[in-house]
Design a binder for this molecule. Sequence first.
Ligand code: SF4
Ligand code: SF4
Length: 409
Amino acid sequence: MQTNLADFIRDTPQGQEADSILRACVHCGFCNATCPTYQLLGDELDGPRGRIYQIKSVLEGAPVTAETRDHLDRCLTCRSCESTCPSGVQYGRLVDIGREVVEAKVPRSFPARALRWLLRQVLPHPARFAFLLGLGRLFRPLLPGVLKDAVPVARPAGRWPEPRHARRIVIAGGCVQPALAPDIDSAAARVCDAIGISAEAVSIGCCGAVSYHLNAQAEGLNTARIAIDRLCAALDAGAEGIVVSASGCASFVAEYAHHLASDPAYAEKAAQVTAALIDLTTLLSREAAAFDRALARSPAKPEAIAFHSPCTLQHGMKNKGNVERLLTVAGFRTTVVADSHLCCGSAGTYSILQPALSATLKANKLAALEAGAPSRIATANIGCLTHLAGGANRPVEHWIELIAERLGV
Ligand code: SF4
Ligand code: SF4
């Protein structure tokens, strides 16, 4: 695609990155076929090709309107379009750049700004979030149905094994998961322990994704710098890698090196953290012999599981089919899930900011997941888990909890 970016952005790092992404797009429109918002709304401007065109116009200096901002807001940043694109267009990076420019040019109304500010004051702060969640749980019995579904029930924390192995790994605790489902990281720690690696819990506060994806990019990167300092300290003390069990956070940590490449104080440390990130599926595959020995110690229980692969896992980190394969190795039967490439509608704060579209996507996803009559639903991201659990007719869990249960740990 020919481009002619305007003076205000042409020679900036963002402008140069956007220019190379835009030039890779051949405008074929294949991506529209797998875009959830295009499927629901049928509007070219609510599909990836239309959004790319709108961002191009903005960066070339065309007038920006609130409608442009709305079309970009309705994008889930699920990156399904990236998985489909034959030209390798990095849409996720382009939409980040486009949103930042549009946000600056078309200010939001006061209530919209206040809601986004409030989300940034609560979600990335574990103590504040835990306090408000506790209040919600206290008054849950008094809430009407829809609101009641939005307040997840408490889950026990689970046992964290004592360190006993020479090999050590970090499990990074994020912002909302420790309060919503503390048992996920402890299950991951027990699985690591069972394959000969001790896990150390390191609280990073928040990875930075919440603010970054609410168009407060500088704030998000400052939060990321705090996480990087904590993770680098653990790596320097001898940990061999970093596990982030929530795929939404992991996919942002995987981008630290890119986002902070031009920061002289953090470029090297960000690259160190990104390089040390290891997905749980990769870890179990790499330690296959130890995993097999651990599996052999307890009998398999055949059970049908529907796996929802989060967008951040399958499109963001291009990690597709590995969880299903490991569940099968562990003796579970994974059911067929139609349209497994489509987003469930959780998408960070999307379920709060775009409730109608999010609810439709959730209903469609639950119908697809439950069609195979699984006994449980598994996923890999706390956002998807909480979103789907508020409406599912069966338990929704992180897949590593199923593995821990299967290992009897
Ligand atoms: S992003 Fe890729 S699939 Fe979509 S129009 Fe451009 S080249 Fe085609
Ligand atoms: S990121 Fe998802 S919602 Fe946004 S344009 Fe791409 S496929 Fe559509």
